[in-house]
Design a protein. Structure first.
Length: 359
C-alpha cells in the first residue's frame, strides 16, 4: 500500500487533523460572541427569538459534525464543511439584524482566515464568493432591487474590503510558510548527499506501512550495497566516493516508482521499500537497479570505471513478518548475492555471517 498525503503517518495529515480538532474552539468563540451580541445589543436584532434558534441550531449541527467518523478521517473536507457552516450561520444572523449588519459582519474573518491558513487560495476564493453571495442575498431580501444602487454596492465593498484584504494576506503568508515548511521537512527527512530519504524517515515510513497491512497485503524490501566503495574512497578520495553514491542513488530513482520508498541506509548502502512487492517483482527491480548502475561509467582521475552493486531481497510473509527481521534477511541476501558474483565478503551491518565463513 503506497504512502499518500492523506496517510495517517504523514505529518501534514496529522497537522490537519490537529487543526480540525482546534476548530471546536472557533465554533465556541463564534457562539460566545454572537450570544454576547444578543445580550448587549438586543435592540439591534429584528427577531431575537429567531436569533436564539439559529444559535441553538448552529451548536447542534457543529456537535453532529464533530461526531461523524467519516469526517474524522478526511480533515481537509471536514475543515471546508465547517468553514461553510460558519459562513451560513453568520449570514443567517445578518438576516435577523436591523439597521445594517453592524459588527456581526466582521465575524466573517474567522472562517475566512481559517480557510486561508489551512486550505489554500482556491478554497479561500470559493468561501469569499459564498460570503459575498450571502451578503447580497440578505441585502436583496431586506431592501429589494433598490439595494443594488451604486451607493449601496460601494458601501458593501467598503464593508467587506477588510475581510478580502485579510484573506489575501493570510493566504499569501500561508503559502510562503507552506513552502518553507516543505523545505525544512525535506532537510529533516532527506539525505544531504543523495537526496533520498534518510534512515529515520525510512524507518517511519516502513513502520507506518507495516501497521497498515491488511489480510493478503505484502511488501518487499531491497538492500543495496555499493561494491568496492571503500577502495574507491582510498584510491581516488572521498569526493569520488560521493560521486559514486550519487550515481547509485540516481540509478535507484530511475528503477523505482514514485510510490516506492528509497533511502540511504548507511555509508555505502541503500534500502528500498516496495509496496505490494513480491519476490518476482522485487527481483525484476533489483536487476533493473543493477543494470542502471552498471550502465553509467565514472571518471576517477581520468580512469573510466563502472560501478556495481550487490542487492538483497526480502519479502514480508516469506522472510519474516517484522521490519527488522526483513532487513536482516535482506542483508544476508546481499552477502549471498556477492558470493555468487565471486566478490570478497564486505561486511553488511545487521547481516549474519554466511555459512562456512568466519564471524
Amino acid at each position: 500500500m503506497a504512502m499518500t498525503p492523506e496517510d495517517h503517518a504523514d505529518p501534514r495529515w496529522q497537522a490537519l487533523r490537529g487543526v480540525a480538532r482546534s476548530v471546536a474552539e472557533v465554533h465556541g468563540l463564534l457562539l460566545l460572541l454572537t450570544l454576547l451580541y444578543y445580550v448587549v445589543a438586543r435592540d439591534g436584532i429584528a427577531n431575537p427569538t429567531g436569533w436564539l434558534l439559529v444559535l441553538v441550531g448552529y451548536g447542534i449541527v457543529t456537535l453532529v459534525c464533530r461526531g461523524l467518523r467519516t469526517l474524522e478521517a478526511r480533515p481537509r473536507f471536514r475543515l471546508g464543511i465547517e468553514a461553510v457552516l460558519m459562513v451560513v450561520f453568520l449570514t443567517a444572523l445578518l438576516a435577523l439584524t436591523s439597521g445594517g449588519p453592524g459588527p456581526v459582519v466582521h465575524l466573517y474573518l474567522l472562517p475566512v482566515v481559517l480557510t486561508a491558513l489551512v486550505l489554500g487560495r482556491g478554497p479561500t476564493v470559493a468561501l469569499l464568493a459564498l460570503v459575498v453571495a450571502g451578503r447580497v442575498a440578505v441585502g436583496f431580501a431586506t431592501e429589494g432591487s433598490a439595494w443594488f444602487a451604486p451607493a449601496t454596492l460601494v458601501a458593501l465593498f467598503t464593508e467587506l474590503s477588510p475581510t478580502l484584504l485579510v484573506a489575501f494576506l493570510t493566504s499569501a503568508i500561508a503559502t510562503d510558510l507552506g513552502t518553507v515548511t516543505v523545505k525544512l521537512r525535506n532537510l529533516e527527512e532527506r539525505d544531504a548527499l543523495t537526496g533520498l530519504l534518510n534512515l529515520n524517515a525510512f524507518s517511519t515510513l516502513l513502520a507506518a506501512a507495516h501497521r497498515r497491512l491488511g489480510p493478503g497485503d505484502s511488501y518487499a524490501v531491497l538492500l543495496i550495497d555499493v561494491d568496492d566503495l571503500k577502495d574507491i574512497n582510498h584510491r581516488f578520495g572521498h569526493e569520488a566516493g560521493d560521486r559514486a553514491l550519487r550515481a547509485v542513488a540516481d540509478a535507484i530513482r530511475r528503477a523505482t516508482r514514485a510510490a516506492d520508498g528509497c533511502a540511504r541506509f548507511a555509508s555505502d548502502e541503500f534500502v528500498v521499500y516496495l509496496p505490494g512487492g513480491t519476490r518476482e517483482s522485487a527481483g525484476l527491480i533489483a536487476n533493473r537497479i543493477r543494470h542502471h548502475v552498471y550502465s553509467v561509467t565514472q571518471d576517477f582521475d581520468y580512469a573510466m570505471r563502472r560501478l556495481a552493486v550487490s542487492v538483497g531481497v526480502a519479502v514480508h510473509g516469506e522472510d519474516g513478518s517484522d521490519p527488522r527481521v526483513l532487513l536482516q534477511a535482506a542483508a544476508r541476501a546481499v552477502l549471498r548475492d556477492r558470493e555468487l558474483r565471486g566478490l570478497r565478503d564486505q561486511r553488511v551491518p545487521g547481516a549474519t555471517p554466511a555459512p562456512g565463513r568466519p564471524a
